[in-house]
Design a protein around this ligand. Structure first.
Ligand code: F6R
Ligand code: MG
Ligand code: MG
Length: 380
């Protein structure tokens, strides 16, 4: 394995895909997870990556990797691709549902929007101590992270540090992507706060991609998976079950300030057939199986330290053990509210606002129905 020196920058790559699951779109088979671990161990042995952790949220497998190769690195992306392909083979052999669906266009599932793994990657010079929060969501889309990230990095009623900590007082910079026009803009918080919110409030056209510290010594503070892996001909596809990396503490929001926004079970889009709004539900990995109407949209938060390009959790030996922030009882009240809100939405059935605007629906018969009945419309 390559020797790590303190002058080297660390890259964290979080790459995710849904390559099949047990009983519909619920949970990857444990053999698929083991296969991903085997492939990434090989990659670690041959020096492609320095460390990894294989996890999941709902039906998505999430590969957390650390290395010194920078973002969009073909070797690292190929390694992730190989892990997903190996897991796909298991899913195919067991005739699991949606086997290879994010990699193979012929996978058996009505869900073709999820084509291509998603990636959130950031590169930084490690501070003396580097706390990292890994956020993983299922049954929703990348712009779901825009609201909580604004709360963390722009809202003094969430992050009191913006007011009382000299190191945060200057604010942060926000990279906003127009996902349809494939354009980006970087705006300054808090100076341009109302412009930032004017864009990001439109969660259909705009998504927050990155947040930067104004302290060049810190650099990237957060990144969301609004893009697909470079090796796949990229067109933006909406309901992507996004991931997000957030660095924390010492000049950045504290862990508690990062987590507080998720105590509000915001309505996010992408639930059930990628076509519904639901209130997202913070939970542990083991509680992340979609159990009510293919949801509600789940959200998991894991905590690691990054040390010399390696991950440090609570392990004494063997596999990594991250902190599971949403596991504890103080989140029960949020889960209860999320269920109440999601059930309230469901009472609208196939009516808006439970369903998305027509052009955003992942499944729709409306154009065909319109065409079929065109001749039966009479002028008013
Ligand atoms: C998949 C998802 C599900 C599916 C639904 C219908 O991640 O969000 O809600 O969209 O179960 O799936 P198909 O069309 O494959 O039967
Ligand atoms: Mg899926
Ligand atoms: Mg999913």
């Amino acid at each position: 394995m390559a020797h790590f020196t303190s002058a080297m920058k660390t890259t964290v790559s979080l790459i995710k895909a849904d390559v099949g699951s047990v009983a519909g779109h619920s949970k990857p088979h444990p053999k698929m997870m083991t296969e991903c671990r085997r492939v990434l161990s090989e990659g670690m042995k041959n020096g492609t990556i320095r460390d990894f952790y294989v996890t999941r949220v709902g039906d998505d497998i999430n590969l957390l990797m650390t290395h010194t190769r920078g973002e969009d690195n073909p070797d690292v992306h190929k390694l992730a691709w190989d892990a997903f392909m190996a897991a796909t083979k298991i899913a195919q052999n067991l005739h699991l549902y949606g086997a290879g669906q994010d990699l193979l266009s012929e996978a058996f599932s009505g869900n073709v929007r999820g084509m291509g793994p998603g990636a959130a990657e950031m590169t930084f010079e490690e501070r003396k101590s580097e706390p990292l929060i890994v956020l993983m969501a299922d049954k929703t889309e990348p712009s779901a992270f825009s609201l909580p990230l604004c709360r963390m990095f722009l809202d003094p009623f969430t992050t009191t540090g913006l007011v009382i900590d000299e190191r945060l007082h200057g604010g942060f910079q926000f990279e906003i992507v127009n996902v349809f026009e494939k354009k980006r803009i970087i705006l300054n918080g808090p100076e341009e706060m109302y412009d930032i919110l004017a864009f990001l409030g439109d969660t259909i056209h705009y998504a927050l991609k990155r947040v930067f510290s104004k302290d060049a010594g810190i650099g990237t503070a957060a990144v969301v998976s609004t893009e697909k892996l470079s090796l796949i001909a990229g067109k933006y596809v909406g309901k992507d079950d996004p991931v997000c990396l957030v660095r924390s503490q010492a000049g950045l929001p504290a862990v508690g300030e990062v987590l507080q926004p998720f105590a509000f079970p915001a309505y996010v889009s992408g639930w059930m057939r990628g076509s519904h709004y639901g209130a997202w539900y913070p939970c542990s990995v083991s509680d992340s199986d979609p159990t009510y109407h293919d949801g509600p949209p789940r959200l998991v938060a894991l905590g690691f330290q990054v040390n010399d390009g390696r991950l440090v959790g609570l392990e004494e030996s063997g596999e990594h053990i991250p902190i599971e922030y949403f596991e504890g009882s103080c989140w029960d009240t949020v889960r209860e509210e999320a269920m109440k809100q999601s059930m309230h939405m469901r009472r609208h059935g196939p009516f808006m606002p439970a369903i998305l605007p027509p052009e955003e629906m992942e499944y729709t018969t409306l154009p065909a129905v319109r065409k079929k009945l065109e001749g039966r419309f009479e002028k008013l």
